[in-house]
Write a protein that binds this ligand. Structure first.
Ligand SMILES: *[C@@H]1O[C@H](CO)[C@@H](O)[C@H](O)[C@H]1NC(C)=O
Ligand SMILES: *[C@@H]1O[C@H](CO)[C@@H](O)[C@H](O)[C@H]1NC(C)=O
Ligand SMILES: *[C@@H]1O[C@H](CO)[C@@H](O)[C@H](O)[C@H]1NC(C)=O
Ligand SMILES: *[C@@H]1O[C@H](CO)[C@@H](O)[C@H](O)[C@H]1NC(C)=O
Ligand SMILES: [Zn+2]
Length: 307
């Protein structure tokens, strides 16, 4: 009986405090300083309780090959830009001032890149948001794109297919990845939440694997992985990871959250699929071998025309 009385009170007090940016990750929760961890997000943002949430665990053998998932074309990804890198108290974000966009891979139109940010673990430990067959990578990059006609993310989120996020995993490698020097260096200047610094000239191309290593990816419909959890995201998660050394991965853990704690484990736990299908690229390869097979059957049957 008592519990019935207490629960609405607890919920009400969360409603009061859990608005807008007052959410936190599991790693920030403790008994003495209550904060609104992932299981509380739905109280402020109903969408976080939706049926098509992200991230998810991708079970490879349950994914469906889709021949429409041709390699993406990256437009202006090679152009370098100067931008601010910001510690926004929950994670690190870079706003993209230029006109990079992505098309192909069954996207119905070009989507332009507006920002990128990262999710990571504790000193190089597990930290990606998506997992593959239960495996969690040390870090995950999200490059957020919106349909060409929208001028900001907020407007694009009102369209159920307004946003396309490209997700890239990182893996620990024996050597430093020199292409990440500008970002790793900039992190030292944005340890405190709310701070920013200029990121030297970088291009999106230098931050992701080379194009020939981006043909394998997964596709599903999901949401933002932070409140408001809006279900307007076409997710593309690439199989091939970006290499970073342990030292480079560890630098991210030196940053601080809004509450002053180390900014670690900045990932949302995986969410239920609720019957959603996850597709994978690779149709072209199957198609090519089918063509070969048909050709060889035709030949064996003496049907092929000499030419
Ligand atoms: C809980 O968080 C508060 C505020 O960040 C901190 O001062 C305190 O030491 C933490 N307690 C534990 C047990 O980690
Ligand atoms: C995109 O920006 C680059 C320079 O940043 C410029 O050279 C190019 O013409 C622009 N493309 C479009 C389609 O606006
Ligand atoms: C970046 O930080 C400076 C203070 O160092 C501040 O004046 C400015 O508004 C910040 N810019 C953004 C976009 O947050
Ligand atoms: C593609 O990925 C593999 C394995 O991760 C790597 O060894 C290779 O160097 C990459 N190729 C290019 C051109 O980046
Ligand atoms: Zn993200």
């Amino acid at each position: 009986m008592q519990q019935h009385l207490i629960l609405p009170f607890v919920l009400a007090s969360f409603m009061k405090t859990c608005t807008g940016t007052n959410w936190c990750y599991q790693s920030q929760e403790n008994c003495t300083s209550p904060c609104n961890g992932p299981e509380m997000w739905p109280i402020a943002d109903k969408a976080c309780d939706g049926k098509a949430q992200s991230p998810i665990n991708i079970v490879h053998r349950k994914t469906l090959t889709d021949k429409r998932l041709t390699p993406l074309q990256f437009e202006n990804y090679q152009n370098s830009f100067e931008s601010l890198i910001q510690n926004i108290g929950h994670y690190v974000q870079v706003t993209l001032p230029h006109n990079a966009s992505v098309i192909g891979g069954d996207l119905e139109m070009p989507y332009k890149a507006v920002q990128f940010h990262l999710h990571w673990g504790n000193k190089g430990g597990p930290g990606s948001e998506h997992t593959i067959d239960g495996e969690q990578y040390p870090m995950e990059l999200h490059i957020v794109h919106i349909k060409q006609q929208y001028s900001n993310l907020e407007d694009a989120l009102k369209d159920p297919s307004g946003v396309a996020v490209l997700g890239f995993f990182y893996e620990e490698s024996p050597r430093d990845n020199r292409k990440y020097d500008p970002i790793v260096k900039a992190l030292q200047s944005i340890v405190k939440p709310g701070t920013n610094t200029s990121l030297g000239a970088v291009s999106l191309e230098q931050l992701i694997p080379s194009q020939q290593n981006l043909t394998k990816f997964y596709r599903y419909r999901g949401s933002l992985t932070t409140p408001g959890c809006t279900e307007s995201v076409i997710w593309t998660v690439f199989e091939n990871p970006i290499p970073l050394s342990k030292e480079q991965l560890e630098v991210f853990s030196n940053l601080q959250f809004k509450d002053g704690k180390p900014m670690v484990a900045t990932f949302r736990p995986v969410q239920p699929l609720n019957g959603r299908k996850v597709y994978r690229s690779g149709g072209a390869v199957v198609l090519a071998s089918t063509t070969l097979l048909v050709a060889s059957i035709a030949m064996a049957m003496g049907l092929s025309q000499p030419n």
